[in-house]
Ligand binder design. Structure first.
Ligand SMILES: Nc1ncnc2c1ncn2[C@@H]1O[C@H](COP(=O)(O)OP(=O)(O)OP(=O)(O)O)[C@@H](O)[C@H]1O
Ligand SMILES: [Mg+2]
Length: 348
């Protein structure tokens, strides 16, 4: 077994909104634990409806946000190590982002190849422009593009799909261990989404790189993933090997999500017909999904579930699988969440 590529321990993010005195806290990420093994390159998808905390989680992994509690380790190294100025470059060599909107990744006033050269030179991947050119040619080729057709052009001279492929090429330059892609296909025509997602599958072996693929687009997530993390209102509610989760979804919410992906490229927001119980869920002490769950019993409304390990490859945050009992050693999430602050939970 190699070192885990990613470990997340008790990670929480509380946003303060409103004034200092009368403001409230939003728990955008609620005490998440997660491990992505590093024995071979993996694609882990993070799925969940809008506002469930996917971007907040991604930003903490990318060091763009400081967690309120908990820690993230990349290949065994805590992110706090990279906070020192001299280690910042080392982080970008290891972890690279791809953002949702390729048109805002690149400034409209700079040619896109400028970014590629800057990345290669600034991260010490190449010592000279000539050396950088060789590397850039190679990464562009890997995403199906030719430097001769890219050089000297501005972002508006490319389609969204092409530009996203260029941002993937840029991310590959330092040969990172992990690429975090937050909704990378959301701005791309549905017909072209699979091309980008297929690229992830090809690149993971070619570059020995792991991907975190954050998406609304469940059909691509289930197609591409080795691991799937489902989030619901700040909680990780189900996590494990994609095959396990596809064949035997354990959380009622994941079951619903799976039922709602009949068509490629369709967002579940448009598909899912869930009762709007937002206001009722505000005061919940128990499972955040209980108000919507057909299996919910009293314990689900009164007690926070803890993560239950169903087998080596599959875990779920749901009482249904422990016979509606608090399993031994299971209640720690509720306990820890209570201990991490007296917040009013408005992440719902
Ligand atoms: N800077 C911020 N200040 C206050 N609240 C925030 C901030 N950023 C996000 N939130 C809130 O935190 C929660 C999680 O937001 P986040 O953007 O992480 O969700 P998401 O799953 O990425 O959603 P989407 O699918 O729409 O991108 C939401 O309730 C959101 O309104
Ligand atoms: Mg988001």
């Amino acid at each position: 077994m190699g070192t885990n590529i990613l470990e997340i321990h008790g990670l929480s993010m509380h946003y303060k909104i409103g004034g200092m005195l009368l403001g409230t806290k939003i728990t955008a990420v609620d005490h998440i634990d997660l491990t992505l093994p590093g024995d071979k390159p993996q694609i882990m998808s993070i799925v969940g409806e809008s506002g469930c905390g996917k971007t907040t989680l991604a930003k903490m992994i990318l060091r763009l946000l400081e967690p309120s509690f908990g820690e993230v380790l990349i290949e065994g190294m805590p992110l706090s190590f990279y906070a020192k100025r001299k280690n910042k470059k080392a982080f970008l060599k290891k972890v690279q982002p791809i953002f949702q909107n390729p048109f805002s990744t690149f400034s409209s006033r700079k040619t896109v190849d400028t970014y590629l050269y800057e990345t290669a030179l600034n991260l010490d991947v190449a010592a000279t422009k000539q050396e950088a050119k060789g590397i850039i040619t190679e990464v562009l080729k890997s995403v199906g593009l030719d430097l001769a057709n890219v050089a000297g052009k501005y972002p508006n001279q490319f389609s969204g799909g092409e530009l996203q492929r260029i941002s993937i090429a840029r991310a590959l330059i330092p040969k990172p261990r992990l690429i975090v892609a937050d909704e990378p296909v959301a701005m791309i025509d549905a017909s072209l989404r699979m091309n980008v997602v297929n690229l992830f599958m090809k690149l993971k072996d070619e570059y020995n790189v792991n991907f975190i693929y954050i998406t609304h687009d469940l059909s691509t997530a289930y197609y591409v993933s080795d691991y799937i993390a489902t989030m619901y209102r700040g909680n990780l509610i189900e996590y494990g090997k994609a095959k396990e989760i596809l064949n035997q979804p354990a959380h009622p919410y994941t079951e619903l999500l799976l039922e709602s992906i009949p068509r490629v490229g369709k967002k579940w927001n448009e598909d899912m017909k869930l009762p709007d119980l937002e206001s009722k869920e505000y005061g919940l002490h128990g499972c955040k999904f209980a108000g919507r769950c057909v299996y919910a019993k009293e314990i689900c409304r009164s007690t926070k579930p803890g993560m239950l390990q169903l087998n080596a490859d599959h875990q779920v945050l749901c009482f249904k699988h422990s016979g509606y009992q608090v399993a031994a050693g299971e209640a720690n999430i509720g306990v820890n969440t209570a201990a991490t602050g007296n917040h009013s939970d408005l992440s719902l």
